[in-house]
Write a protein that binds this ligand. Structure first.
Ligand SMILES: [Zn+2]
Ligand SMILES: [Zn+2]
Length: 505
């Protein structure tokens, strides 16, 4: 209000208000999404008028940059925070990690985490009592960058400290283990808890769902309800996505209905998106379209993109075109819609249409998000792009990759060139497949950990492609190792020639 009514004179009052607001309230202001840009503008105004922001303001602005995917402003806020000596404060540090991780800048995310971790080790050395908030905050940082080894170290310190295991820390541990790919450790923590709240239960249901353990997710949900804990809207997102990942259409409908009738929760856009995902994946494309038409508000592009993705998987070009037009009508500059549409045409072999869309995107200056995958090894994050040759072990990586592909071809692997979105000959297409960032990352994971029995853990910013998915099943047999891939959507555990998702993804 102050900012709007009297932009200049009232800034000091505004700053006072800002300073007095607790961390959570500032976050709420920013989390409402629509206000992200306003928050950033307000911040810039504060800086111009030489009002020094505190750690909460910085943290809030960084969160706004993260949700707007605007790392450029974020980087400037980062250097400003360093100047003020506030970049190592927990809440600022964590917002930095989130912001960099979301924009795929894993090197910077890792550096921001290391700063926090160093501060923590220093505290530990001088034997200061570390409070539960610091532990929880570090755990959340470790999970943002997928650094399970750091997470385990923090866990060990918690066990050694005199701290009573509190809900807050246990919940952070569940979420850290489950986001870093170790669902077993997450459920160990959960089982050892004497007291559980809605966050503990929801994190566990979400964890099982993301790891493709749909039966476990639904079982845990039932237990939760029996224990008298009332599910909330977030719990239902996990329940519906569990149904979706396992292709449980009728269970999905039942939960969607009972959410409102039994628990009085009105479905949000995310719940509708889960249902569209469930119907789309299982091939009920027309039913999904009809369902979208029943949504009582304007369908979000996210919901439509979900259906468009399903149209590509099930090669339904007609419905796909219709859905793409619906998205483009809402937002003519949505790069995701164009990319999905062009993929749809590519898999149908309509190369002239693909070229047309590419040209259109170029004219409008729409860039698609570049795919990248990363692995944590030797305390570093190793990040790879498509066809990456910049790693110092690139030669060994490609040698391993070629060896692997030759081995698995003998085992029956057939490269699926449907996933190559260029109009080239078959042999060329196979070469393109070999250069996918997730394949490079897995090969690097193998050569960097020969003789180990631990799973190779890979993270990808986009969804894993179908050919890599099939190749990794064979890889897990060829090297007798488990491969865990966290893509933008879920976890895949490749073990003994099959994947935990049962090919529902
Ligand atoms: Zn691939
Ligand atoms: Zn899978």
């Amino acid at each position: 209000m102050y900012a709007k009514c009297s932009p200049n004179g009232a800034l000091n009052v505004l700053k006072e208000v800002f300073d007095r607001i607790q961390d959570h309230n500032v976050m709420c202001y920013v989390q409402s999404g629509a206000h992200d840009m306003e928050a950033i503008e307000l911040f810039l105004e504060m800086v111009q008028t030489r009002i020094t922001p505190n750690q909460y303001t910085l943290s809030a602005v960084l969160k706004a940059c993260a949700s707007l995917s605007n790392p450029l402003i974020g980087e400037q806020v980062h250097s400003y925070a360093m100047k003020l000596g506030l970049s190592a404060v927990d809440c600022v540090g964590n917002s930095l990690i989130t912001m960099y991780a979301r924009s795929g800048n894993m090197e910077h995310a890792r550096k921001a985490f290391d700063v926090l971790f160093q501060a923590f080790e220093l505290l530990h050395e001088i034997e200061t009592e570390i409070d539960s908030f610091t532990f929880a905050s570090l755990l959340s940082g470790a999970s943002s960058i997928g650094a399970i080894s750091k997470g385990e170290q923090i866990h060990a310190r918690i066990l050694k400290s005199s701290l009573e295991p509190c809900l807050h820390v246990s919940n952070a541990l569940i979420s850290m283990y489950s986001t870093c790919g170790s669902i077993d450790s997450a459920s160990q923590v959960f089982n050892s808890m004497a007291d559980r709240n809605i966050i503990s239960w929801t994190s566990m249901v979400t964890g099982f769902a993301k790891h493709g353990l749909a039966a476990k997710a639904l079982e845990t949900f039932d237990e939760m309800v029996k224990a008298g804990v009332k599910p909330n809207d977030v719990t239902y997102i996990a329940v519906l996505s569990a149904c979706s990942h396992a292709g449980l259409v009728s269970e999905g409908w039942t939960h969607f209905e009972s959410m409102k009738t039994q628990h009085g929760i009105n479905p949000r856009m995310d719940h509708y998106a889960c249902m569209v995902d469930l119907l789309g994946r299982s091939g009920h494309l027309n039913e999904a379209m009809e369902f979208i038409n029943t949504i009582p508000f304007k369908p979000d592009p996210l919901v439509l993109r979900t259906l468009l993705g399903a149209c590509q998987v099930h090669k339904n070009t007609d419905l796909g075109k219709h859905v793409a037009n619906m998205i483009i009508e809402q937002d003519p500059d949505d790069p995701a819609a164009y990319v999905l549409l062009s993929n749809l045409y590519a898999s149908a072999g309509q190369w002239d249409k693909v070229a047309e869309i590419r040209k259109h995107m170029k004219q409008r200056n729409l860039a698609k998000e570049a795919g990248c995958s990363w692995v944590e090894a030797g305390n570093l994050i190793h990040k790879f792009h498509v066809g990456d040759t910049s790693h110092k072990q690139a030669f060994e990586i490609y040698q391993e990759l070629h060896a692997l592909v030759n081995e698995i071809k003998e085992m029956g692997y057939v490269p699926n060139t449907d996933f190559v979105l260029h109009d080239v000959g078959e042999e060329e297409k196979e070469k393109y497949l070999l250069q996918h960032s997730e394949k490079i990352a897995v090969a690097f994971g193998f050569i960097g950990s020969v003789g180990s029995s631990k799973p190779v853990r890979v993270f990808k910013n986009l969804r894993i492609c179908g050919d890599c998915h099939s190749a990794f099943k064979y890889f897990s047999v060829a090297r007798a190792r488990e491969i865990v891939v966290r893509d933008s959507n879920r976890f895949h555990h490749f073990r003994n020639g099959s994947c935990s998702c049962n090919d529902h993804w």
